[in-house]
Design a protein around this ligand. Sequence first.
Ligand code: HAM
Length: 539
Amino acid sequence: MTEKKKFQAIKGTRDLLPPETELWNRVEQTAREVFGTFGFGEIRPPIFEPTELFARAVGGETDIVSKEMYSFEDHDFGELEKLRSVLLIRELELENPQSASLHKGQLTEFNAGLEAGMKGRKIPVTPVNERALADLKMHTAKIEILRSDYTGGEWQARERFNASVTGIRQALRVVKFGDVISLRPEATASVCRAYIEHGMHALPQPVKLYYTGPMFRRERPQKGRYRQFYQIGAEVLEMVPPNQDPAKSIGKDAAVDAEVIEMVMAFFAQLGLEGVKLEINSIGDRECRPKYVELLRAELLKVKDKLGPDSQRRIETNPLRVLDSKLESEQGIIAGLPKIADHLCANCAGQYAEVKRQLGMRGVAYAENWRLVRGLDYYMRTTFEITARGLGSQNAVCGGGRYDGLVELLGGPPTKGIGFAIGEDRLILSLQEAGKGGAAQGRDVFVAWMGEKAQATAITAAQKLRAAGFRVELPPVEQKFGKALGQADKLGARYALILGDDEVATGQWTVKTLADGSQAKVSEAEFLEMLRKGKALSS
Ligand code: HAM
Protein backbone atom coordinates (compact mmCIF):
# COMPACT_ATOMS: atom_id res chain seq x y z
CA MET A 1 0.00 0.00 0.00
CA THR A 2 1.34 3.41 -0.81
CA GLU A 3 1.91 5.65 2.16
CA LYS A 4 -0.59 8.48 2.55
CA LYS A 5 1.37 11.68 2.39
CA LYS A 6 0.09 15.04 3.45
CA PHE A 7 1.16 17.47 0.76
CA GLN A 8 1.55 21.08 1.72
CA ALA A 9 2.72 24.19 -0.08
CA ILE A 10 6.50 24.46 0.21
CA LYS A 11 7.85 26.74 2.96
CA GLY A 12 7.84 30.34 1.80
CA THR A 13 5.23 29.71 -0.90
CA ARG A 14 1.46 29.92 -0.57
CA ASP A 15 -1.84 29.60 -2.37
CA LEU A 16 -3.65 32.80 -3.16
CA LEU A 17 -7.35 32.12 -2.91
CA PRO A 18 -10.68 33.83 -3.53
CA PRO A 19 -11.83 36.28 -2.37
CA GLU A 20 -8.27 37.64 -1.87
CA THR A 21 -7.39 36.98 -5.52
CA GLU A 22 -10.03 39.53 -6.45
CA LEU A 23 -7.92 42.18 -4.77
CA TRP A 24 -4.82 40.89 -6.58
CA ASN A 25 -6.67 41.19 -9.89
CA ARG A 26 -7.87 44.68 -9.06
CA VAL A 27 -4.34 45.77 -8.14
CA GLU A 28 -2.89 44.32 -11.35
CA GLN A 29 -5.67 45.81 -13.45
CA THR A 30 -5.06 49.23 -11.89
CA ALA A 31 -1.34 48.88 -12.68
CA ARG A 32 -2.15 48.11 -16.32
CA GLU A 33 -4.42 51.12 -16.52
CA VAL A 34 -2.13 53.60 -14.78
CA PHE A 35 1.04 52.40 -16.53
CA GLY A 36 -0.86 52.47 -19.83
CA THR A 37 -1.60 56.15 -19.36
CA PHE A 38 2.18 56.72 -19.15
CA GLY A 39 2.76 54.84 -22.42
CA PHE A 40 4.07 51.54 -21.01
CA GLY A 41 3.48 48.20 -22.76
CA GLU A 42 3.57 44.77 -21.12
CA ILE A 43 6.47 42.33 -21.36
CA ARG A 44 6.21 38.73 -20.15
CA PRO A 45 9.72 37.31 -19.89
CA PRO A 46 10.30 33.65 -18.98
CA ILE A 47 10.46 32.60 -15.35
CA PHE A 48 13.86 30.95 -15.73
CA GLU A 49 16.99 32.25 -17.42
CA PRO A 50 20.69 31.33 -17.47
CA THR A 51 22.16 31.80 -14.00
CA GLU A 52 24.96 33.74 -15.66
CA LEU A 53 22.50 36.48 -16.68
CA PHE A 54 21.56 37.21 -13.06
CA ALA A 55 25.14 36.83 -11.83
CA ARG A 56 26.33 39.35 -14.39
CA ALA A 57 23.45 41.84 -13.93
CA VAL A 58 22.59 41.71 -10.24
CA GLY A 59 26.16 40.89 -9.16
CA GLY A 60 27.86 37.63 -8.16
CA GLU A 61 28.64 38.90 -4.65
CA THR A 62 25.13 40.09 -3.81
CA ASP A 63 23.01 38.10 -1.34
CA ILE A 64 20.44 37.51 -4.06
CA VAL A 65 22.86 35.76 -6.40
CA SER A 66 25.30 34.20 -3.95
CA LYS A 67 22.75 32.74 -1.50
CA GLU A 68 19.17 33.04 -2.62
CA MET A 69 18.72 31.69 -6.14
CA TYR A 70 17.01 28.44 -7.04
CA SER A 71 19.40 27.02 -9.62
CA PHE A 72 19.68 23.73 -11.42
CA GLU A 73 21.43 22.14 -14.36
CA ASP A 74 19.15 21.84 -17.35
CA HIS A 75 19.95 18.71 -19.38
CA ASP A 76 18.79 15.34 -20.77
CA PHE A 77 21.62 13.31 -19.27
CA GLY A 78 19.94 11.83 -16.21
CA GLU A 79 21.55 8.40 -16.71
CA LEU A 80 25.01 9.88 -17.08
CA GLU A 81 24.45 11.97 -13.99
CA LYS A 82 23.46 8.86 -12.01
CA LEU A 83 26.54 7.09 -13.27
CA ARG A 84 28.64 9.99 -12.05
CA SER A 85 27.08 9.71 -8.57
CA VAL A 86 27.92 5.98 -8.48
CA LEU A 87 31.48 6.63 -9.58
CA LEU A 88 31.92 9.36 -7.02
CA ILE A 89 31.00 7.16 -4.06
CA ARG A 90 32.75 3.97 -5.16
CA GLU A 91 35.62 2.92 -2.87
CA LEU A 92 38.61 1.83 -4.91
CA GLU A 93 41.60 -0.31 -4.09
CA LEU A 94 44.39 -1.31 -6.35
CA GLU A 95 44.37 -4.85 -4.99
CA ASN A 96 40.69 -5.63 -5.59
CA PRO A 97 40.24 -7.09 -9.10
CA GLN A 98 36.46 -7.51 -8.81
CA SER A 99 35.71 -3.88 -8.04
CA ALA A 100 38.36 -2.91 -10.60
CA SER A 101 36.61 -4.47 -13.55
CA LEU A 102 33.23 -2.97 -12.56
CA HIS A 103 34.84 0.42 -12.13
CA LYS A 104 36.61 0.18 -15.46
CA GLY A 105 33.35 -0.62 -17.25
CA GLN A 106 31.45 2.25 -15.65
CA LEU A 107 34.22 4.75 -16.11
CA THR A 108 34.64 3.87 -19.76
CA GLU A 109 30.90 4.16 -20.24
CA PHE A 110 30.87 7.56 -18.56
CA ASN A 111 33.78 8.87 -20.62
CA ALA A 112 32.17 7.65 -23.85
CA GLY A 113 28.82 9.21 -22.90
CA LEU A 114 30.43 12.53 -22.06
CA GLU A 115 32.49 12.55 -25.25
CA ALA A 116 29.48 11.71 -27.43
CA GLY A 117 27.35 14.37 -25.70
CA MET A 118 30.00 17.00 -26.29
CA LYS A 119 30.52 15.94 -29.89
CA GLY A 120 26.79 16.26 -30.53
CA ARG A 121 26.89 19.66 -28.74
CA LYS A 122 24.21 18.50 -26.32
CA ILE A 123 26.63 18.78 -23.42
CA PRO A 124 28.24 22.25 -23.35
CA VAL A 125 31.72 22.27 -24.89
CA THR A 126 33.24 24.57 -22.30
CA PRO A 127 36.92 24.74 -21.34
CA VAL A 128 35.99 23.13 -17.99
CA ASN A 129 34.24 20.19 -19.65
CA GLU A 130 36.99 19.74 -22.24
CA ARG A 131 39.62 19.67 -19.53
CA ALA A 132 37.55 17.26 -17.43
CA LEU A 133 37.14 14.85 -20.34
CA ALA A 134 40.85 14.90 -21.11
CA ASP A 135 41.68 14.28 -17.42
CA LEU A 136 39.17 11.47 -17.17
CA LYS A 137 40.61 9.69 -20.19
CA MET A 138 44.17 10.16 -19.03
CA HIS A 139 43.53 8.87 -15.49
CA THR A 140 41.40 5.98 -16.74
CA ALA A 141 44.29 4.85 -18.94
CA LYS A 142 46.80 5.31 -16.09
CA ILE A 143 44.73 3.23 -13.71
CA GLU A 144 44.48 0.49 -16.29
CA ILE A 145 48.22 0.33 -16.76
CA LEU A 146 48.85 0.40 -13.01
CA ARG A 147 46.41 -2.44 -12.50
CA SER A 148 47.74 -4.68 -15.22
CA ASP A 149 51.37 -4.13 -14.17
CA TYR A 150 50.67 -4.49 -10.47
CA THR A 151 52.40 -7.42 -8.83
CA GLY A 152 51.53 -6.55 -5.24
CA GLY A 153 53.02 -4.64 -2.35
CA GLU A 154 54.53 -1.69 -4.25
CA TRP A 155 53.72 1.53 -2.41
CA GLN A 156 54.71 3.75 -5.36
CA ALA A 157 52.14 2.08 -7.56
CA ARG A 158 49.50 2.49 -4.88
CA GLU A 159 50.35 6.16 -4.50
CA ARG A 160 50.08 6.77 -8.23
CA PHE A 161 46.83 4.84 -8.29
CA ASN A 162 45.38 7.00 -5.48
CA ALA A 163 46.46 10.19 -7.24
CA SER A 164 44.61 9.10 -10.37
CA VAL A 165 41.50 8.17 -8.38
CA THR A 166 41.54 11.68 -6.87
CA GLY A 167 42.04 13.15 -10.35
CA ILE A 168 39.03 11.23 -11.65
CA ARG A 169 36.86 12.40 -8.77
CA GLN A 170 37.87 16.01 -9.29
CA ALA A 171 37.11 15.83 -13.01
CA LEU A 172 33.77 14.11 -12.39
CA ARG A 173 32.73 16.83 -9.96
CA VAL A 174 33.28 19.74 -12.33
CA VAL A 175 31.51 18.30 -15.38
CA LYS A 176 28.38 20.26 -16.30
CA PHE A 177 25.87 18.29 -18.35
CA GLY A 178 23.87 21.34 -19.32
CA ASP A 179 23.50 25.03 -18.76
CA VAL A 180 22.94 26.14 -15.20
CA ILE A 181 19.69 28.02 -15.02
CA SER A 182 17.87 29.82 -12.23
CA LEU A 183 14.35 30.79 -11.33
CA ARG A 184 14.36 34.56 -11.72
CA PRO A 185 14.99 36.46 -8.48
CA GLU A 186 14.02 39.71 -10.24
CA ALA A 187 13.13 40.78 -13.77
CA THR A 188 15.29 43.79 -14.69
CA ALA A 189 18.01 41.48 -16.03
CA SER A 190 15.43 39.63 -18.16
CA VAL A 191 14.01 42.87 -19.56
CA CYS A 192 17.51 44.03 -20.56
CA ARG A 193 18.22 40.62 -22.11
CA ALA A 194 14.98 40.87 -24.09
CA TYR A 195 15.80 44.46 -25.17
CA ILE A 196 19.04 43.18 -26.69
CA GLU A 197 17.61 39.93 -28.09
CA HIS A 198 14.79 41.67 -29.95
CA GLY A 199 16.85 44.61 -31.17
CA MET A 200 14.58 47.03 -29.31
CA HIS A 201 17.19 49.78 -29.72
CA ALA A 202 15.81 50.10 -33.26
CA LEU A 203 12.34 50.97 -31.92
CA PRO A 204 11.38 54.56 -31.10
CA GLN A 205 13.25 55.35 -27.88
CA PRO A 206 12.75 55.15 -25.00
CA VAL A 207 11.20 51.70 -24.74
CA LYS A 208 8.83 51.57 -21.77
CA LEU A 209 7.88 48.13 -20.44
CA TYR A 210 6.10 46.77 -17.40
CA TYR A 211 5.70 43.26 -16.00
CA THR A 212 3.87 41.39 -13.28
CA GLY A 213 4.64 37.94 -12.01
CA PRO A 214 6.36 35.65 -9.55
CA MET A 215 10.01 35.99 -8.48
CA PHE A 216 11.97 33.50 -6.39
CA ARG A 217 14.46 34.11 -3.60
CA ARG A 218 15.46 31.62 -0.93
CA GLU A 219 15.08 34.06 1.95
CA ARG A 220 13.99 33.33 5.51
CA PRO A 221 10.19 33.50 5.32
CA GLN A 222 8.35 35.93 7.57
CA LYS A 223 5.49 38.43 7.31
CA GLY A 224 5.87 40.17 3.94
CA ARG A 225 8.80 37.98 2.92
CA TYR A 226 8.28 34.87 0.83
CA ARG A 227 10.37 32.54 -1.30
CA GLN A 228 7.92 32.89 -4.16
CA PHE A 229 6.69 36.45 -4.21
CA TYR A 230 5.17 38.70 -6.82
CA GLN A 231 6.43 41.90 -8.34
CA ILE A 232 4.86 44.57 -10.47
CA GLY A 233 7.72 46.37 -12.17
CA ALA A 234 8.49 48.78 -14.96
CA GLU A 235 11.61 49.70 -16.90
CA VAL A 236 12.50 52.55 -19.27
CA LEU A 237 15.35 51.78 -21.67
CA GLU A 238 16.94 54.18 -24.11
CA MET A 239 19.92 53.64 -26.37
CA VAL A 240 22.55 56.36 -26.00
CA PRO A 241 23.18 58.10 -29.33
CA PRO A 242 26.85 57.88 -30.39
CA ASN A 243 29.03 60.77 -29.17
CA GLN A 244 26.40 62.07 -26.77
CA ASP A 245 27.81 64.56 -24.29
CA PRO A 246 26.82 63.15 -20.85
CA ALA A 247 26.39 66.65 -19.40
CA LYS A 248 23.76 67.46 -22.03
CA SER A 249 21.42 64.61 -21.09
CA ILE A 250 21.30 65.34 -17.35
CA GLY A 251 18.06 67.31 -17.54
CA LYS A 252 16.39 64.71 -19.71
CA ASP A 253 17.48 61.76 -17.54
CA ALA A 254 16.28 63.55 -14.42
CA ALA A 255 12.87 64.14 -15.99
CA VAL A 256 12.62 60.45 -16.92
CA ASP A 257 13.56 59.44 -13.36
CA ALA A 258 11.00 61.82 -11.89
CA GLU A 259 8.26 60.63 -14.23
CA VAL A 260 8.90 56.97 -13.37
CA ILE A 261 8.66 57.80 -9.66
CA GLU A 262 5.56 59.93 -10.31
CA MET A 263 3.97 56.92 -12.03
CA VAL A 264 4.46 54.60 -9.01
CA MET A 265 3.10 57.27 -6.70
CA ALA A 266 0.07 57.79 -8.98
CA PHE A 267 -0.55 54.04 -8.93
CA PHE A 268 -0.37 53.92 -5.12
CA ALA A 269 -2.67 56.95 -4.87
CA GLN A 270 -5.17 55.29 -7.22
CA LEU A 271 -5.23 52.23 -4.94
CA GLY A 272 -5.59 54.35 -1.81
CA LEU A 273 -2.41 52.92 -0.28
CA GLU A 274 -1.84 54.52 3.12
CA GLY A 275 1.27 55.93 4.82
CA VAL A 276 3.27 56.02 1.59
CA LYS A 277 6.79 57.41 2.07
CA LEU A 278 9.25 57.95 -0.75
CA GLU A 279 12.97 58.09 -0.05
CA ILE A 280 15.52 59.02 -2.67
CA ASN A 281 19.29 59.13 -2.98
CA SER A 282 22.05 59.34 -5.56
CA ILE A 283 24.81 56.74 -5.35
CA GLY A 284 27.02 58.37 -7.98
CA ASP A 285 28.50 56.82 -11.09
CA ARG A 286 31.60 55.01 -12.30
CA GLU A 287 33.59 58.16 -11.87
CA CYS A 288 32.75 59.32 -8.38
CA ARG A 289 31.46 56.22 -6.59
CA PRO A 290 34.74 54.24 -6.47
CA LYS A 291 36.44 57.21 -4.85
CA TYR A 292 33.67 57.53 -2.27
CA VAL A 293 33.76 53.78 -1.59
CA GLU A 294 37.49 53.99 -0.88
CA LEU A 295 36.95 56.93 1.45
CA LEU A 296 34.19 55.02 3.22
CA ARG A 297 36.39 51.92 3.51
CA ALA A 298 39.19 53.97 5.04
CA GLU A 299 36.79 55.53 7.57
CA LEU A 300 35.23 52.17 8.39
CA LEU A 301 38.62 50.58 8.99
CA LYS A 302 39.24 53.18 11.69
CA VAL A 303 36.15 51.99 13.60
CA LYS A 304 36.29 48.31 12.58
CA ASP A 305 36.45 47.02 16.16
CA LYS A 306 33.18 48.71 17.06
CA LEU A 307 31.27 47.07 14.17
CA GLY A 308 29.45 43.76 14.11
CA PRO A 309 30.78 40.77 12.11
CA ASP A 310 28.53 41.45 9.05
CA SER A 311 29.69 45.03 8.70
CA GLN A 312 33.30 44.04 9.36
CA ARG A 313 33.10 41.61 6.43
CA ARG A 314 31.45 44.24 4.25
CA ILE A 315 34.32 46.69 4.75
CA GLU A 316 36.14 44.41 2.32
CA THR A 317 33.33 43.10 0.09
CA ASN A 318 30.99 46.08 -0.23
CA PRO A 319 31.40 49.00 2.21
CA LEU A 320 28.26 50.73 0.86
CA ARG A 321 26.13 47.95 2.33
CA VAL A 322 27.33 48.89 5.82
CA LEU A 323 25.11 51.96 5.44
CA ASP A 324 22.15 49.56 5.20
CA SER A 325 22.83 48.11 8.64
CA LYS A 326 19.91 48.06 11.06
CA LEU A 327 22.09 47.03 14.01
CA GLU A 328 21.34 49.39 16.91
CA SER A 329 24.94 49.53 18.13
CA GLU A 330 26.20 50.69 14.71
CA GLN A 331 23.78 53.57 14.16
CA GLY A 332 25.85 56.22 15.96
CA ILE A 333 28.98 55.25 14.01
CA ILE A 334 27.19 55.27 10.66
CA ALA A 335 25.72 58.72 11.34
CA GLY A 336 29.27 60.10 11.48
CA LEU A 337 30.47 58.55 8.19
CA PRO A 338 31.09 60.68 5.09
CA LYS A 339 27.94 61.20 3.01
CA ILE A 340 27.92 60.41 -0.67
CA ALA A 341 26.04 63.61 -1.53
CA ASP A 342 29.18 65.54 -0.54
CA HIS A 343 31.32 63.44 -2.89
CA LEU A 344 29.32 63.29 -6.12
CA CYS A 345 30.99 64.41 -9.35
CA ALA A 346 29.54 67.47 -11.09
CA ASN A 347 27.31 65.45 -13.48
CA CYS A 348 25.87 63.25 -10.72
CA ALA A 349 25.31 66.21 -8.39
CA GLY A 350 23.65 68.13 -11.23
CA GLN A 351 21.38 65.25 -12.06
CA TYR A 352 20.42 64.64 -8.44
CA ALA A 353 19.50 68.31 -7.97
CA GLU A 354 17.43 68.18 -11.15
CA VAL A 355 15.59 65.00 -10.08
CA LYS A 356 14.56 66.76 -6.87
CA ARG A 357 13.43 69.84 -8.80
CA GLN A 358 11.46 67.67 -11.22
CA LEU A 359 9.78 65.77 -8.39
CA GLY A 360 8.78 69.11 -6.91
CA MET A 361 7.28 70.21 -10.23
CA ARG A 362 5.19 67.06 -10.27
CA GLY A 363 3.99 67.50 -6.69
CA VAL A 364 5.72 64.32 -5.50
CA ALA A 365 6.75 64.53 -1.85
CA TYR A 366 10.03 62.83 -0.92
CA ALA A 367 12.64 62.54 1.79
CA GLU A 368 16.35 62.24 1.11
CA ASN A 369 18.12 59.27 2.64
CA TRP A 370 21.85 59.23 2.05
CA ARG A 371 22.02 55.68 3.46
CA LEU A 372 19.80 54.23 0.73
CA VAL A 373 22.20 52.08 -1.31
CA ARG A 374 20.09 49.10 -2.50
CA GLY A 375 21.24 45.49 -2.61
CA LEU A 376 21.78 45.01 -6.36
CA ASP A 377 24.98 45.94 -8.15
CA TYR A 378 23.58 47.53 -11.30
CA TYR A 379 22.46 50.86 -9.89
CA MET A 380 24.04 54.27 -10.46
CA ARG A 381 22.87 57.81 -9.61
CA THR A 382 19.17 57.86 -8.69
CA THR A 383 17.96 55.19 -6.25
CA PHE A 384 14.68 55.17 -4.39
CA GLU A 385 12.54 53.11 -2.05
CA ILE A 386 8.93 53.46 -0.97
CA THR A 387 7.49 52.23 2.31
CA ALA A 388 3.85 51.87 3.33
CA ARG A 389 1.86 51.39 6.53
CA GLY A 390 1.05 48.13 8.25
CA LEU A 391 4.01 46.04 7.11
CA GLY A 392 6.24 45.65 10.17
CA SER A 393 9.94 45.20 9.53
CA GLN A 394 9.56 44.28 5.84
CA ASN A 395 8.03 47.63 4.96
CA ALA A 396 9.70 48.39 1.59
CA VAL A 397 6.88 48.11 -0.88
CA CYS A 398 8.87 49.33 -3.88
CA GLY A 399 12.52 49.73 -4.83
CA GLY A 400 14.19 51.03 -7.92
CA GLY A 401 16.74 53.22 -9.57
CA ARG A 402 18.83 54.09 -12.58
CA TYR A 403 21.08 51.50 -14.21
CA ASP A 404 22.79 53.10 -17.22
CA GLY A 405 25.30 50.65 -18.70
CA LEU A 406 23.56 47.41 -17.67
CA VAL A 407 22.40 46.60 -21.21
CA GLU A 408 25.96 47.14 -22.42
CA LEU A 409 27.30 44.89 -19.67
CA LEU A 410 24.99 42.16 -21.00
CA GLY A 411 26.31 42.53 -24.54
CA GLY A 412 24.01 45.22 -25.97
CA PRO A 413 24.59 48.77 -27.19
CA PRO A 414 25.26 51.64 -24.72
CA THR A 415 21.86 52.14 -23.12
CA LYS A 416 20.34 54.06 -20.25
CA GLY A 417 17.87 52.44 -17.90
CA ILE A 418 15.65 53.31 -14.96
CA GLY A 419 12.94 51.26 -13.31
CA PHE A 420 11.37 49.90 -10.17
CA ALA A 421 9.67 46.84 -8.79
CA ILE A 422 6.79 46.81 -6.35
CA GLY A 423 6.43 43.89 -3.94
CA GLU A 424 2.84 42.96 -4.72
CA ASP A 425 2.44 40.70 -1.67
CA ARG A 426 3.39 43.61 0.58
CA LEU A 427 1.22 46.04 -1.33
CA ILE A 428 -1.78 43.73 -0.87
CA LEU A 429 -0.94 43.24 2.81
CA SER A 430 -0.87 46.98 3.40
CA LEU A 431 -4.20 47.47 1.59
CA GLN A 432 -5.78 44.69 3.65
CA GLU A 433 -4.43 46.09 6.93
CA ALA A 434 -6.06 49.41 6.02
CA GLY A 435 -9.37 47.62 5.41
CA LYS A 436 -9.19 48.06 1.66
CA GLY A 437 -9.32 44.37 0.89
CA GLY A 438 -12.78 44.60 -0.68
CA ALA A 439 -15.78 42.38 -0.04
CA ALA A 440 -16.07 38.75 -1.05
CA GLN A 441 -17.36 38.11 -4.53
CA GLY A 442 -21.14 37.73 -4.16
CA ARG A 443 -23.73 36.67 -6.72
CA ASP A 444 -26.24 38.90 -8.43
CA VAL A 445 -28.76 36.11 -8.83
CA PHE A 446 -29.35 32.72 -7.27
CA VAL A 447 -31.73 30.69 -9.45
CA ALA A 448 -33.94 28.51 -7.24
CA TRP A 449 -35.82 26.01 -9.41
CA MET A 450 -38.07 22.98 -8.89
CA GLY A 451 -39.37 20.59 -11.55
CA GLU A 452 -38.13 19.50 -14.96
CA LYS A 453 -39.81 22.28 -16.90
CA ALA A 454 -38.50 24.86 -14.46
CA GLN A 455 -34.95 23.52 -14.94
CA ALA A 456 -35.14 24.24 -18.69
CA THR A 457 -36.34 27.80 -17.96
CA ALA A 458 -33.70 28.19 -15.25
CA ILE A 459 -30.91 27.17 -17.65
CA THR A 460 -32.05 29.65 -20.32
CA ALA A 461 -32.52 32.40 -17.73
CA ALA A 462 -29.00 31.80 -16.37
CA GLN A 463 -27.57 31.94 -19.89
CA LYS A 464 -29.25 35.26 -20.64
CA LEU A 465 -28.33 36.83 -17.30
CA ARG A 466 -24.69 35.73 -17.58
CA ALA A 467 -24.50 37.03 -21.16
CA ALA A 468 -25.68 40.38 -19.77
CA GLY A 469 -22.72 40.29 -17.36
CA PHE A 470 -24.41 39.26 -14.10
CA ARG A 471 -23.02 36.73 -11.65
CA VAL A 472 -25.40 33.81 -11.52
CA GLU A 473 -25.47 30.66 -9.40
CA LEU A 474 -27.51 27.83 -10.89
CA PRO A 475 -27.81 24.77 -8.60
CA PRO A 476 -27.17 21.53 -10.55
CA VAL A 477 -30.01 19.66 -8.83
CA GLU A 478 -33.39 20.84 -7.65
CA GLN A 479 -33.67 21.98 -4.06
CA LYS A 480 -36.57 22.75 -1.81
CA PHE A 481 -37.13 26.51 -1.98
CA GLY A 482 -36.32 26.99 1.72
CA LYS A 483 -32.93 25.31 1.35
CA ALA A 484 -32.24 27.20 -1.91
CA LEU A 485 -32.93 30.55 -0.26
CA GLY A 486 -30.63 29.66 2.63
CA GLN A 487 -27.82 28.91 0.18
CA ALA A 488 -28.52 32.12 -1.77
CA ASP A 489 -28.09 34.01 1.49
CA LYS A 490 -24.81 32.30 2.33
CA LEU A 491 -23.41 33.17 -1.09
CA GLY A 492 -24.33 36.81 -0.60
CA ALA A 493 -26.74 36.86 -3.55
CA ARG A 494 -28.72 40.05 -4.15
CA TYR A 495 -31.74 38.34 -5.68
CA ALA A 496 -33.23 34.87 -5.67
CA LEU A 497 -35.05 34.05 -8.88
CA ILE A 498 -37.69 31.51 -7.95
CA LEU A 499 -38.88 29.26 -10.78
CA GLY A 500 -41.60 26.63 -10.31
CA ASP A 501 -44.45 25.29 -12.47
CA ASP A 502 -46.49 28.43 -11.91
CA GLU A 503 -43.75 30.80 -13.11
CA VAL A 504 -43.04 28.66 -16.17
CA ALA A 505 -46.74 28.59 -17.12
CA THR A 506 -47.37 32.34 -16.67
CA GLY A 507 -43.96 33.71 -17.72
CA GLN A 508 -44.08 35.85 -14.60
CA TRP A 509 -41.00 35.18 -12.47
CA THR A 510 -40.92 35.43 -8.70
CA VAL A 511 -37.99 37.56 -7.56
CA LYS A 512 -36.98 37.89 -3.93
CA THR A 513 -34.69 40.71 -2.82
CA LEU A 514 -32.56 39.07 -0.18
CA ALA A 515 -31.56 42.24 1.66
CA ASP A 516 -35.12 43.07 2.79
CA GLY A 517 -37.07 39.87 1.99
CA SER A 518 -39.49 41.69 -0.36
CA GLN A 519 -40.91 39.67 -3.22
CA ALA A 520 -42.39 40.59 -6.62
CA LYS A 521 -43.68 38.95 -9.82
CA VAL A 522 -41.89 40.32 -12.88
CA SER A 523 -41.32 39.46 -16.55
CA GLU A 524 -37.88 38.50 -17.82
CA ALA A 525 -37.38 41.96 -19.35
CA GLU A 526 -38.45 43.67 -16.12
CA PHE A 527 -36.05 41.52 -14.10
CA LEU A 528 -33.13 42.46 -16.36
CA GLU A 529 -34.09 46.10 -15.95
CA MET A 530 -34.19 45.68 -12.16
CA LEU A 531 -30.74 44.14 -12.17
CA ARG A 532 -29.29 46.83 -14.39
CA LYS A 533 -30.68 49.58 -12.19
CA GLY A 534 -29.45 47.83 -9.06
CA LYS A 535 -26.03 47.49 -10.64
CA ALA A 536 -25.93 51.17 -11.46
CA LEU A 537 -26.99 52.09 -7.93
CA SER A 538 -24.43 49.92 -6.19
CA SER A 539 -21.39 50.60 -8.42
P1 HAM B 1 14.30 44.73 -4.92
O1 HAM B 1 14.47 45.86 -3.96
O2 HAM B 1 15.18 43.55 -4.75
O3 HAM B 1 14.48 45.34 -6.38
O4 HAM B 1 12.80 44.24 -4.89
C1 HAM B 1 11.74 45.14 -5.08
C2 HAM B 1 10.62 44.88 -4.10
O5 HAM B 1 10.23 43.50 -4.18
C3 HAM B 1 10.99 45.08 -2.65
O6 HAM B 1 10.90 46.44 -2.28
C4 HAM B 1 9.93 44.24 -1.95
O7 HAM B 1 8.73 44.98 -1.86
C5 HAM B 1 9.72 43.10 -2.92
N1 HAM B 1 10.43 41.88 -2.43
C6 HAM B 1 11.73 41.59 -2.57
N2 HAM B 1 12.00 40.38 -2.00
C7 HAM B 1 10.84 39.93 -1.48
C8 HAM B 1 10.44 38.74 -0.78
N3 HAM B 1 11.31 37.77 -0.50
N4 HAM B 1 9.14 38.61 -0.41
C9 HAM B 1 8.24 39.57 -0.71
N5 HAM B 1 8.55 40.71 -1.38
C10 HAM B 1 9.83 40.88 -1.77
C11 HAM B 1 14.38 44.63 -7.53
O8 HAM B 1 13.95 43.51 -7.61
C12 HAM B 1 14.78 45.42 -8.75
N6 HAM B 1 14.69 44.54 -9.92
C13 HAM B 1 13.88 46.65 -8.91
C14 HAM B 1 14.23 47.46 -10.11
C15 HAM B 1 13.61 47.41 -11.30
N7 HAM B 1 15.22 48.31 -10.21
C16 HAM B 1 15.23 48.83 -11.44
N8 HAM B 1 14.27 48.27 -12.12
